[in-house]
Design a protein around this ligand. Structure first.
Ligand SMILES: [Zn+2]
Length: 434
């Protein structure tokens, strides 16, 4: 068994929410952080500290860390690899401890995005300045992200990683932004980068060619074989931009159960696979995206058998047709679905129905003020998510009402000046508003 380990950085709350036409409410992002923590996932890239509407959510979640509610999963923020962004991030989110700083490293992107205004040397200089700024702010884990790494010159990637390391970064993120990479090429390139830089490597793969999981685990294997730790970037249910990111549960299972990895490579020992089912189901609900029937491990058909030979074989001995057990994923408990009268609580709910819902969760209110206050928060939470609230959400609001209030508070940025001021002050109604 190799000594270095494969750790997991879930990016659902960063890459997942960047996905076109999909998103999560701040309360939902918070519940996902709590569930990732419950599952013992190493790290959650929990959002964008330079983005105004994230500020209360990010600070609220860091308070959950201080209060011990998130005590295993490290929360990390993502930003561009420029000192100005790092400065702003720590101003907005002062208790931030872990960061990922991103710069484009391929010729295509350096030319195609900066339009001749930046050279590869500028990219290195900006990154070093950003890393030094993060060090000066007290950041504990600093990773540098090479955007479009799979289309970048490997010599440049090594130079970029070493320069970041010299400035104080500990990790290098190989970001396959377009999903261009294949597992063999990944292995070869990651092995070389790991050997030359001696830095922990983060593997960030997209699924445009259907190889995100394969590339992630082969990249991790290369890092471990080269003698450094690996950090696989995943998203729950493979969410993420375009065809998505590497699926969290699939990557875990690939390492724990596949022919070439089982008993040879170690994952973060804190990870508890039995929480996978709950996490996958909640995330599916929060995004409003069903889990595909044939999704590994958590799809409806992952343990279903019908054809004669398979059903007979699975009944005689599950190992005939099942590689792993549904119980390992937290599946198999009966789930109660109310088919008669149902009382719910929501944005227009009253105190009686609300009390009934909380009684069923076995949570009590000591006085009327407490009940009324939590009812108000529950109403707001429903305004905020626009979906029936789940028991995890209702429990969270009960136990951390102040943080719930904080993460749900978003103040729109609006400064009445100049053209906007003139427009809002005019009394003439414009045509064609709708
Ligand atoms: Zn990505």
């Amino acid at each position: 068994m190799k000594e270095n380990k494969i750790y997991f950085v879930d990016v659902t709350n960063r890459d997942g929410v960047q996905t076109s036409r999909l998103g999560l409410a701040k309360l939902e992002k918070t519940i996902i952080n709590l569930m990732l923590n419950d599952m013992g996932i190493t790290q959650s890239e929990f959002g964008f500290p330079t983005t105004k509407h994230e500020i209360n959510y990010l600070n609220g979640n860091l308070e959950l860390v201080e209060r011990g509610a998130i005590n295993r999963t490290k929360l990390s923020g993502w930003m561009r690899g420029i000192a100005e962004d790092v400065e702003l991030s720590f101003k907005n989110v002062p208790k931030l401890k872990n960061v990922n700083l991103s710069q484009s490293t391929s010729e295509q992107m350096i030319h195609g995005k900066y339009l001749g205004k930046k050279t590869p040397e500028d990219i290195i200089a900006m990154t070093q300045e950003a890393v030094k700024c993060a060090v000066s702010k007290g950041a504990e884990i600093i990773g540098v992200n090479a955007e479009d790494a799979s289309r970048s010159d490997i010599e440049f990637l090594i130079k970029y990683a070493k320069a970041a390391k010299n400035a104080g970064a500990q990790r290098f993120r190989y970001c396959d932004t377009l999903g261009y990479e294949d597992p063999q090429t990944t292995y070869d390139r990651i092995y070389r980068i790991a050997k030359e830089t001696d830095m922990s490597i983060e593997l960030h793969f997209h699924n445009d060619l259907g190889m995100a999981v394969g590339c992630s685990v082969m990249g991790a294997k290369a890092a471990i074989d080269a003698g450094v730790d690996a950090y696989i970037n995943t998203a729950i249910n493979g969410m993420g931009e375009r065809a998505g990111n590497a699926d969290l549960v699939s990557c875990l299972l690939a390492i724990l159960k596949s022919a070439g990895f089982q008993d040879k490579y170690q994952i973060d020992p804190n990870i508890d696979l039995s929480k996978a089912w709950q996490l996958a189901k909640y995330t599916s609900y929060a995004f409003g995206v069903p889990i595909p029937m044939n999704q590994p491990a958590v799809g409806d058909n992952a343990f279903a058998h019908e054809s004669g030979i398979h059903a007979d074989g699975a009944l005689k001995d599950r190992r005939n047709y099942e590689l792993y057990d549904f119980e390992e994923l937290g599946r198999g408990e009966p789930e109660i679905i109310e088919t008669g009268r149902m009382i719910t609580t929501g944005e227009y709910g009253g105190i009686k129905g609300f009390r009934n819902v909380y009684n069923n969760l076995e949570l009590e209110f000591k006085d009327e003020h407490e009940a009324r206050n939590i009812l108000e928060l529950v109403r707001y939470a429903n305004v905020h998510t626009q979906k029936p609230l789940t028991s995890s959400e209702l429990r969270f609001i009960y136990h951390y009402p102040d943080i719930a209030a904080k993460v749900m508070t978003v103040e729109p940025y609006y400064e009445p000046q100049g053209a906007i001021k003139e427009r809002v002050e005019t009394t003439k109604a414009p045509k064609n508003i709708i």
